[in-house]
Design a protein around this ligand. Sequence first.
Ligand code: AMP
Ligand code: GLY
Length: 425
Amino acid sequence: MNILILGSGGREHAFAKKLSESKKLSKLYVAPGNAGTAKIANNIDIDPLDFKAVKKATLEHKIEMVVVGPEAPLVAGVHDYFLADEELKNIPVIGPKKDGAELEGSKEFSKKFMFKHGVPTAKYESFTKNTVAEGQAFLETLKPPFVLKADGLAAGKGVLIIEDLEEAKAELADMLTNEKFGAASSKVVIEEYLDGIELSVFVLTDGKGYKILPSAKDYKRIGEGDTGLNTGGMGAISPVPFADEEFIKKVEERVVKPTVDGLQKDGIDYRGFIFIGLMNIDGDPFVIEYNVRMGDPETEVVLPRITSDLLDLFQGVATQTIEEKSYLVDARTATTVVVVSGGYPEAYEKGKEITGTENEQNSIVYHAGTVLKDNKVLTSGGRVLAVTSFGENIPDALKKSYNTISQISFDKMNYRKDIGFDLVD
Ligand code: AMP
Ligand code: GLY
């Protein structure tokens, strides 16, 4: 089977690596990919949002399945585009259509969906520029901290958590009247603050059945001790020690089943990943958000732990036979530490030569923001590499990741030295 993966990050490198282990795979393509995927697949230099170019590549390379990494092509309707095209309509796409992608594309849509289908989540109200005063009055009814969310996609930056009421009121006005986050904040969701421990659970569904994949915890802040600006993710750990069998059972009964059933009831034929951001509050799960894709860097710890054929699971999604599939998980702990460009998540320089990425004796070095130029690996993004290792426990795995990183070098490289700090005694 020939497969095309859309995207260029560590997540897509992890997909490529796992799929390349499948006996069912013939040729693997990644668009646009990075220096890591270039070694194990064929990179195609196109933008995943340029659907005409995606079509051309699909036909030219006789692609038989498309796996979509990031949310943007899904929210823009790449799956719908395939279904509407005579030449593409029988090629399965792993990832929801536009209607399902709204679970991530609109915070208001996802909150309405959760309330409609009884999925536990924070109370909320949404406001527009015509209802700023009502929004400010609603804030007065809540206890701090205040949670303000831009309704649309804002590259992970559209959520503000503010202690002070007056500041929250001013930010709300700024988001709505001045469109602080562009069109994404023409509507703002205000919600109750959930006080607990965060984790993510991943589901692969064919619209009827599902498989719950290993849980993970990521570290979003740039600074040690979870301080400083939010990033796409600086590291991740799987499994999450406090997400034991009893907790995951609650997640399945209270969140996964009503979500998959709710999609069906609402006539949304959803085929792909659901990434459920959860808060564990005294042992009970509450949903913070849905994403319609895998997480990055969570994928870099979840997929290596899946020892079964991922392509077989994807075929289960495509043919709606996922319930008949089984899959195995490596019981060991996986950790990943993300190596970033100095300055990230603010301005940073690109084009720095990276050395030492081939030292993979004790780790897997997933590439994120890298390009291959004149046989050199250069930085091309904020998050550059994700270094994953296995261990009997978190410190054991982390030691290997940090040891591998010590052999990697590029100008101004940066990484957090305390991934997992909150999970070990
Ligand atoms: P989101 O983009 O919805 O995942 O929000 C980004 C981050 O903000 C989450 O990962 C949480 O850490 C935090 N967050 C979002 N909503 C809430 C909430 N209602 N209560 C507490 N923290 C939240
Ligand atoms: N690591 C968080 C995300 O992928 O959204």
